[in-house]
Design a binder for this molecule. Sequence first.
Ligand SMILES: C[S@@+](CC[C@H](N)C(=O)[O-])C[C@H]1O[C@@H](n2cnc3c(N)ncnc32)[C@H](O)[C@@H]1O
Length: 289
Amino acid sequence: MPEPADRAPTQLSDSEVDLTKPSAARMYDWYLGGTSNWAVDRLFGKKAEETWPQVKATALHNRQFLRRVVQAALAAGIRQFLDLGTGVPTVGNIHDVIREHHLDPDDEARVLYVDYEPVAAAHGRRVLADDDVTDWGGLAQRDMRDPAAVFGDSERIRLLRMNQPVCVLFIAVLHFVGDGDHPMRLLDEYRRRVVPGSWIAISHASNDAAPPEGAANIQKVVDSYQKTSNPMWLRDRAAITSWLDVEGWELLKPGVVHPPDWRPKPGTKLNAKQEDARPYMWSGVASKN
Ligand SMILES: C[S@@+](CC[C@H](N)C(=O)[O-])C[C@H]1O[C@@H](n2cnc3c(N)ncnc32)[C@H](O)[C@@H]1O
């Protein structure tokens, strides 16, 4: 099969993208079957898949978790979404899930996507324009470790009303935040800026519930991410629980579980490949009292 063109289909010039190092956003796009990636990303992604064959199925589980959280938040009456570490937009973006929900015309939902990676940001803006959702959807190219910059961004100010609940999504992004950047403190910064009724959703790579061989394999991949633009860390269930189950917040049912186990669609059955990929992330959602 021919390789996709060695260009991501964006308006970006090479000088705007670091082509010497793979990026988490573009590798994740490759894991999900997208085309917004460069040779350096595909090479690294293929090596990751050889080392840890569950990588693609794990990414898909994660994407499905995101979808179900947005559906649950909409069902709970939340109408604003702040998606931190959006990635290169692919199918099942938050605005797609909102559209599928068929809200009444006067019942408006809004979404702000945040990513600091130039390809993810350029694609995000283009997808929002192509999908004709720029009235209620926007993208801020920001480092989410700087909440003041995120909340001060003109797109945030245009789109999100901070006196109304927001669903803040940290989906597969906190494993790119090292302990030196104090994830708990960072989460507190987001928690304090949202009103009661808001949600925080997290999914995070892990290996504490994985079989020994798989646990070693994902660890090797994580170690190799040190050479990319996005060093990565694994954390265990206790750590993720401690980030979500905090005073003033309620950890929503079913608690901190693997992504396919968070409120699966009734009757969902995992095939062998999906089952194999179950234990490599933890996920959960908490609501502000
Ligand atoms: C694995 S992708 C996850 C994409 C999406 N959240 C999902 O789960 O489908 C992680 C994304 O987080 C972004 N990212 C990592 N650290 C970030 C930071 N400090 N600020 C903003 N984006 C970040 C990367 O550029 C990448 O696009």
